[in-house]
Ligand binder design. Structure first.
Ligand SMILES: Cc1cc2nc3c(=O)[nH]c(=O)nc-3n(C[C@H](O)[C@H](O)[C@H](O)COP(=O)(O)OP(=O)(O)OC[C@H]3O[C@@H](n4cnc5c(N)ncnc54)[C@H](O)[C@@H]3O)c2cc1C
Length: 456
């Protein structure tokens, strides 16, 4: 019997580190030294005598924004699902981050609003790690690069070399030879173009239009009592609820006693114009936003536009080289309002570990890896791209097939019930925190419970 997606996801979520990993390669090479690349390197360090990460950006001084990751000026929460995965590979990292000024927010310090109404509290193993993106990335980098067999090469990868499968990474005239290669070049990865040029099949790209605009600013955080109680707030608005289409507002505690406040809209919104307009928008939100944005500005407004969510399908390709996989945003980059990217990269690392522990045939393409990874990508995609497609259809008035219409209606009932029913809220939170597969919400029992709660 084929294993269900729910079971595969759960197994990856709960897996431990390999007890007696077998060394399969002399050298493995990872292209891209950001979150996915660093976690890939950590997994490969168990199976290769040497792991080389090729990264084009300077990563020193640590914990600073950099050009290769333009989104790193904006809020990056590490969801509980991803945090537990990263703890598995780098034990003690959350405590270490906390000691350096990051913030581990327990369930009682996280508040979620839907259209201004607070969601029922969901407890459980649900700590999130808060800090700026460069801060979180620097913590992971310092731990991975401390491994004795992991090193970095500074340079821009320009293509691949091949033997039985991939045999190395080209950086201009230089060749980093490797018996296994990971593409972790992010959403603008050049892998597809390289493969096509070299006579292989290009993975199919799927896009869902998002057109989102992020506006972020940082503020001083004082020692007042309300600021000790709340660490992370998320407000989500449905399409009709805000006249200027603000869709998400988020604030979180970050290092150096600061608040990060982030406002997101589809299309333009006035908060981007000046710090005064940013504060006026905050004044229309639950009062914590105006309070946090009322402190002294420690970093002014930064903006970011993302046109689409995109995924590349690596399963079912007929001409694909052996000894090559892709991870992180290079495979799927989601609408960031769902905060799934870092956690997805961590799950991809779990897929890589399971694949390598199984001592696969390395003379054939890594189909087993891509099949596992597809389960994780589908799970995150169902939440983010599913939500965006529903929004697009609402705006354009598109005809929606009956089964999709029913699924969306059921999900709207479940979201509504999260405001009043703790069981539904907990199940929904486990999915949005990437601790459970979305299909766990699509059961008749869950819908019945949600409908009953909504009638009360
Ligand atoms: C506005 C915004 C907010 C977000 N908020 C969250 C959040 O709250 N929580 C969350 O989990 N996720 C969030 N994300 C998603 C997250 O940023 C990504 O999922 C994550 O960065 C993916 O990591 P990655 O390593 O796959 O790719 P990236 O972080 O994009 O890194 C790719 C790396 O590859 C390098 N590279 C590229 N090409 C080459 C080359 N040819 N040679 C050498 N090096 C190369 C780049 O320099 C870079 O270091 C957000 C995204 C955006 C846009």
């Amino acid at each position: 019997m084929t294993e269900s997606a729910v079971a595969v996801f759960d197994r990856l979520y709960r897996a431990g580190v390999p007890e007696r990993p077998v060394v399969l390669f002399d050298r493995a090479c990872v292209v891209g030294g950001s979150i996915a690349g660093l976690l890939a390197a950590r997994v490969l360090a168990d199976h290769a005598r040497e792991v080389v990460i090729v990264e084009r950006d300077q990563t020193e001084p640590a914990a600073q924004p950099r050009t290769g990751v333009p989104q790193d000026r904006h809020g990056h929460v590490l969801l509980p699902g991803g945090l537990s995965q990263i703890e598995r590979w780098l034990p003690g990292i959350a405590a270490e981050a906390e000691a350096l000024g990051g913030y581990l927010a327990g369930p009682d310090q996280q508040v979620v609003y839907h259209d201004g109404r607070e969601q029922a509290l969901a407890s459980g193993e649900a700590a999130m790690l808060l800090g700026t993106r460069p801060f979180l990335e620097a913590r992971i980098r310092s731990r991975v690069l401390a491994l004795p067999n992991v090193s970095t090469v500074s340079g821009q990868a320009t293509g691949l070399a091949y033997d039985v499968g991939v045999s190395g990474v080209r950086c201009g005239d230089e060749l980093v030879s490797a018996a296994f290669v990971v593409d972790a070049m992010g959403r603008a990865s050049k892998l597809s173009a390289w493969l096509e040029k070299d006579g292989y099949e290009r993975p199919r790209m799927r896009r869902v239009q998002t057109g989102i605009n992020y506006v972020t600013a940082l503020f001083e955080r004082a020692e007042s009592s309300w600021e000790q109680e709340i660490a992370c707030v998320l407000e989500r608005f449905t399409a009709q609820s805000m006249p200027f289409e603000l869709t998400v507002a988020h604030l979180s505690v970050i290092e150096d006693d600061q608040w990060l406040v982030m406002l997101m809209a589809y299309g333009d919104h006035p908060a981007a114009k000046s710090i005064e307009s940013f504060r006026s928008t905050c004044a229309e939100l639950p009062p914590v936003f105006a309070k946090a944005a009322g402190g002294a500005v420690t970093r002014g407004i930064q903006t970011y536009h993302q046109a689409d969510s995109r995924r590349r399908d690596f399963t079912g390709l007929s001409r694909f080289p052996a000894r090559l996989v892709a991870m992180g945003d290079a495979v799927a980059s989601f609408n960031p309002i769902y905060g799934q990217g870092l956690s997805s990269a961590a799950f991809h690392a779990a897929c890589l570990s399971e694949y390598l522990v199984g001592e696969p045939d390395l003379e054939v393409p890594a189909a087993g890896f891509f099949a596992l990874q597809e389960v994780v990508v589908d799970a995150a995609w169902a939440i983010s791209a599913g939500g965006d497609a529903a929004r697009q259809d609402l705006i354009t008035g598109a005809e929606v097939p009956e089964d999709v219409r029913r699924q969306r209606w059921a999900m709207s009932q479940i979201i509504k019930a999260t405001l009043v029913d703790k069981t539904v809220a907990a199940a929904f939170a486990a999915v949005t925190r990437m601790q459970a597969h979305p299909a766990t919400l699509r059961t008749p029992e869950m819908l019945e419970r949600a409908l009953a709660a909504n009638q009360r």
